[in-house]
Write a protein that binds this ligand. Structure first.
Ligand code: AMP
Ligand code: ZN
Length: 134
């Protein structure tokens, strides 16, 4: 199996535009950015996504994201910011190494990252609730 590209980037084996690094994480600029400053929080250890990453690594990624996102917003003058984390092909994950997207947003940016809402009935919503908590 080919070596995971984000493992190699996170561990400095191949170059990246790094904007933050500590013992456990590297934050890089996405090379196909949705907006100016789009960055990815990469754990240095390999996890595929939300379902196998340990809770302490996940919370560590959230802490790093808060710190770096605040800096990006201040330095680039963003008007808002999306934090996004895709799990599985159906959710748009293309690189199977956990990563948290930091996407600064600008009033005049061209992106439409939000979803289209649907209109389930009260009964349908309650059925879903019961499926999840049942
Ligand atoms: P996802 O769709 O959540 O798996 O996101 C993968 C992201 O990684 C995309 O936004 C890509 O543009 C980005 N990406 C893929 N390869 C690289 C790379 N070598 N360096 C920087 N970003 C990358
Ligand atoms: Zn990996």
């Amino acid at each position: 199996m080919d070596k995971c590209i984000f493992c190699m980037i996170a561990n400095g084996e191949i170059p990246s535009n790094t904007i933050y690094e500590d013992d456990s994480f590297r934050v890089i600029l996405d090379n196909g950015p949705a907006t100016k400053g789009h960055a990815l929080v990469l754990p240095k250890k390999h996890y595929e996504g939300l379902f196998d990453i340990p809770e302490d690594t996940l919370s560590g990624a959230a802490k790093v994201a808060k710190k770096v996102a605040t800096r990006i917003k201040d330095k680039l003058g963003a008007d808002g910011l999306n934090l996004i984390q895709n799990n599985g092909e159906a959710a748009g994950q293309t690189v199977m190494h956990f990563h948290l997207h930091i996407i600064p947003r600008y009033h005049d940016d061209i992106q439409n990252i939000l979803w289209d809402p649907t209109s389930p009935s009260a009964e349908e919503l309650a059925k879903v609730r019961d499926e999840i908590v049942g």
